[in-house]
Design a protein. Structure first.
Length: 311
């Protein structure tokens, strides 16, 4: 088989080993193609890095990236135990590799492989933390350290334990102290992360088409009625009536009626007691207590109508 120019079909590969990896049908084909890409010598790496830094040479950047694709494949295999697709891990690692190439300084005296390792792992770590569970299990530096080390350390401790302890799933106090000391974290953080890792996601929504108890998911018992739209509107309306509406209703009263209502219902003293009693108001206005009660009832009816009209 020959190309349009009459050259052998593999001539392009021989002449240009840096040709971009063609579209592939599966992950194994991609990994095989990445492992066949040639490695750079130290001199080539330095030359391409300087071309990228000084001239923004994208072709040089591509050669730096392609020569380290096998590194991403190798690193991504270390994280297959988290149950996430290998292809996604490789993709995120490639993002980290490109970030490393962009920031690489050839004058620092280190090889790109050593510098890129940090960026590749950081990107894969972030992807795992965001997608391993619906709820993020690690945010602080100590939690991240525990997340990516606790499971392997537990397996090592289990291997060192006696046969009687091999079925134990939790750490002993001595093992907790050992893990905390090796990772330089607090023992409380070890206990908390072990609890998070041992738990699982709970489906909040009901099972579709289920009958009986399965027809009701936990979401039915976790709903906060305070954020229900109707309740929010009612609460807002009550707040408005208790402020602006109340002021307008009081303004509709004459001075005597307003004072009686305020003393009887709205006034609170520093000691927590209310305002004046019916008899105190009656003595103040030189009328009977029954007359004060009648004025109060009439004032409340008038305020109720004013509030209804305001609403």
């Amino acid at each position: 088989m020959t190309t349009r120019t009459g050259a052998p079909a593999n001539a392009l590969t021989i002449a240009n080993p840096w040709a971009v990896v063609p579209p592939l049908g599966n992950l194994d084909a991609y990994i095989s193609a990445a492992n066949r890409l040639p490695l750079l010598t130290h001199e080539e790496e330095q030359r391409y890095a300087r071309q990228l830094r000084e001239n923004n040479d994208l072709e040089a950047a591509g050669k730096l990236v392609l020569s380290h694709l096998r590194l991403v494949v190798s690193v991504s295999r270390q994280y297959l135990g988290y149950g996430l697709p290998h292809g996604d891990l490789i993709q995120e690692g490639n993002v980290g590799l490109m970030k490393a190439v962009k920031r690489f300084d050839p004058d620092q005296g280190v090889r790109l492989v050593s510098y890129a390792l940090h960026w590749i792992k950081a990107e894969i770590h972030e992807y795992i933390l965001k997608n391993w569970r619906m709820v993020k299990v690690a945010t602080t530096k100590a939690q991240r350290k525990l997340f990516f080390n606790l499971r392997s350390m537990k397996q090592g401790l289990k291997a060192d334990a006696t046969n009687a302890d091999t079925h134990r799933t939790t750490l002993t106090d001595q093992e907790i102290d050992l893990v905390a000391g090796q990772l330089n974290v607090k023992r409380e953080e070890v206990i908390e992360m072990e609890t998070r890792l041992s738990g699982g996601d709970v489906v909040l929504d009901p099972v579709p088409g289920a009958d009986g108890e399965e027809a009701y998911g936990p979401i039915a018992y976790l709903a906060d009625v305070r954020d229900e739209p109707t309740a929010r509107l009612e609460a807002t309306q009550r707040d408005v009536l208790a402020t602006e509406g109340l002021v307008q209703a009081l303004d509709s009263l004459d001075a005597r009626s307003r004072r009686i209502v305020e003393e009887r219902w709205l006034k609170v003293n520093d000691d927590g007691s209310g305002g004046m009693t019916l008899h105190e108001l009656a003595a103040d206005y030189k009328v009977s207590a029954e007359r004060i009660r009648q004025i109060e009832v009439a004032a409340m009816k008038k305020m109720k109508k004013a509030l209804a009209a305001y609403a």
